[in-house]
Design a protein. Sequence first.
Length: 456
Amino acid sequence: MSSKPWGGRFSQGTDPLVEEFTASISFDQALYRYDIQGSIAHTRMLAKVGILTEEEAKAIVRGLLEIQQEIEAGSFPFSLELEDIHMNIERRLAERIGPVAGKLHTARSRNDQVALDLRLYLREEIGQIDRSLIDLQEALVEMAERYIEVILPGYTHLQRAQPILFSHHLLAYHEMLKRDRQRYADCLKRVEVCPLGAGALAGTSLPIDRFHTAELLGFPEVTHNSLDSVGDRDFALEFLAASAILMMHLSRLCEEWILWSSAEFNFLEIADAFCTGSSLMPQKKNPDVLELVRGKSGRVYGSLVSLLTTMKGLPLAYNKDLQEDKEPIFDAVRTVKASLNVLTCLLPHVRPKEEVMHRAAQGGFMTATDLVEYLVNRGVPLRQAHEIVGRMVRYCLEQNRELEELSWEEAVGFSPALQPDFKQWLSLERSVEGKRSYGGTARERVMERIREIRSS
């Protein structure tokens, strides 16, 4: 008997160079649990429809579970010659239970088998990533509660714009992670569709029950077209796209905190345990964890582009190119999970420098917009109010003064709508607390949002 499952057609053995180049066992062995899980469901379906006897099915299931124990104990003899995890397991099953193992592959192909394995793998990993996202969200909320009184400059165009609560800033990232969770949950709908039974590309004439297989695996749906079943990797692309967006969000947070921990901003202190030093400059304290998460976003982008590029030229149905789907997916999963975990651990060890943030928020006419709204409340049209305050700012710049340093006599010269109480609208605390529109930075709104999160 040929060592290859397809060897009967060939008169020559595979060249060792080709064998090494085409084998995937070095990386797809990570799918062993899912391959065995799918094979057990397939076996039980074959027994249900009478293709296997109950005794045969029990022998196959027992053998598969023993093989899983072998792999987990590190004693399984993986073979490069057998190409992939599927054939390694099937050959080992034959060694354990004899010729009946040859019936396991009835009514399926490695094409639909690997598509199932990858779906089972991603279903589990999405669950783990979701739990890690919840942990990071919780860390953000805890930090927002702890520093609810801290005010810092909010920025647009990286220029100081309006004062906001540090907690409000943190909860912006909570919202991003909420959308990330929604994307993974939506992706899961396409992942949990069972392709097994599609065969190589055309289905089978054998009396299988694909819906029973799906039920055994906990999949709510089966695929509807056998060609698409084996050639589809949209679900994997969606996973990578969701992961790329998540990493973009993490990278944005890291970029801000890298800037904020610099001497130029000096807004944050990161604990020594989460920083490194320089081999040459003894004074250095580098935010390497944040920098690495920022850098690793590129790896996940690369995984997405890699699989998109692999898929873009493939005719139906299965092509060997699809073997290239696994390594980018495995790498993205590792990168996303590691990044989420390290940031969740880091957050409690970051301290905002309240006085520095507060001083930064006091300069640069940060409450000029509040003065515009003061005038609007007194009947001045918005555009006119904007122009009035703009002239006041220019005057202050020429005088090297702040708006709150103007006397009422000076201010009223710009508009009779300005009353002696106009300076009350220029304090940081008044500015922040005034932003009571839903989703605004007022303390009561931020606390309201925290309560909503806690109760959801």
